[in-house]
Write a protein that binds this ligand. Structure first.
Ligand SMILES: [Zn+2]
Length: 59
């Protein structure tokens, strides 16, 4: 039975704003599926940017 968890076991995602990979955090345990940004700052910056670039980002 594996008792120890490696740090590398935590899931990772790439931030939609800065493109950097970030690792699962406790505070996201309930919303990990919805997390897209590594930080509140990126989230805010992305929203700002989104207004001017939304036409190009349409998916
Ligand atoms: Zn980021």
């Amino acid at each position: 039975m594996p008792k120890h968890r490696k740090k590398g076991d935590l899931p990772e995602k790439d931030c939609l704003h800065c493109g950097r990979p970030f690792t699962w955090r406790k505070k996201w345990e309930r919303s990990w599926e919805e997390v897209r940004y590594c930080s509140e700052r990126c989230k805010r910056e992305a929203k700002k940017t989104d207004k001017s670039e939304s036409k190009d980002i349409l998916k």
